[in-house]
Write a protein that binds this ligand. Structure first.
Ligand code: AMP
Length: 220
């Protein structure tokens, strides 16, 4: 099973990918997580990417394409994967098709998570992150047991720099201008499935599993 998750920031791609990848036994490859790890580790790539990320801008195609290609070329990618947050530009989408063709691992489907602007703002502005173990929370929808403290490791939760209002505006603008056209790219090649991103994780999982069975992508 090889999937791409599309949709605006705050559409729930990461949450759904986290759960679905476990259920399907495939890798969850999130370029956002990979880049945040590089920033945390202070690698040259992380240092280069940090400013763009904090401002809500995209990291250059060359950097992200290289990162994903290296990950897909590792042998464990053969078990399948969900790409979450990649591709985000036409150049990335084309590079992905070339890479997957070379690896003889064609994409099965691109899932587009549709949502509304008020829902995006609500999700992103309430999101909190544990800087130590990377667990995500939401102040209203998914609060920690003790306010502001990670349930798992006791660290103080933080707001991602790119979840501030100014950065959210930049991210949404870039999404509409650069990433949204990819929906048509995948529609034109018959690989697109559009979903309501506001459905809760458990019922959405049932819908997706039925869809995968229907398409012969997982056992009946
Ligand atoms: P995310 O966690 O997917 O929202 O990504 C966080 C940030 O990482 C984005 O706002 C970008 O700055 C950067 N990023 C993640 N994936 C990509 C990508 N495919 N292309 C360019 N920048 C990316």
């Amino acid at each position: 099973m090889r999937l791409v998750f599309l949709g605006p920031p705050g559409a729930g791609k990461g949450t759904h990918a986290q759960v679905l990848s476990k259920d399907l036994g495939v890798l969850h490859i999130s370029t956002g997580d990979m880049l945040r790890e590089a920033v945390k580790a202070g690698t040259p790539l992380g240092i280069e990417a940090k400013k763009n990320m904090d401002d809500g801008k995209l990291v250059p195609d060359k950097v992200v394409i290289g990162l994903v290609a290296e990950r897909l070329e590792r042998p464990d990618s053969k078990i399948g994967f969900i790409l979450d947050g990649f591709p985000r530009t036409a150049e990335q989408a084309k590079a992905l098709d070339v890479e997957l063709k070379m690896l003889d691992m064609p994409l099965d489907m691109a899932l587009d998570f549709e949502t509304t602007l008020p829902m995006i703002i609500r999700r992103l502005s309430g999101r909190r992150l544990c800087p130590k173990c990377n667990k995500n929370y939401h102040v209203r929808n998914y609060p920690p047991k003790k306010e502001g403290i990670c349930d798992l490791c006791g660290s103080t939760l933080v707001q991602r720099p790119d979840d501030r209002e100014e950065a959210i505006e930049t991210r949404l603008k870039l999404y509409r201008e650069v990433t949204e056209p990819l929906i048509q790219y995948y529609k034109d090649s018959g690989r697109l499935v559009q979903l309501d991103g506001d459905i809760d994780v458990a019922p959405l999982n049932v819908i997706l599993m039925d869809l995968f069975r229907e398409k012969g992508l997982c056992p009946k």
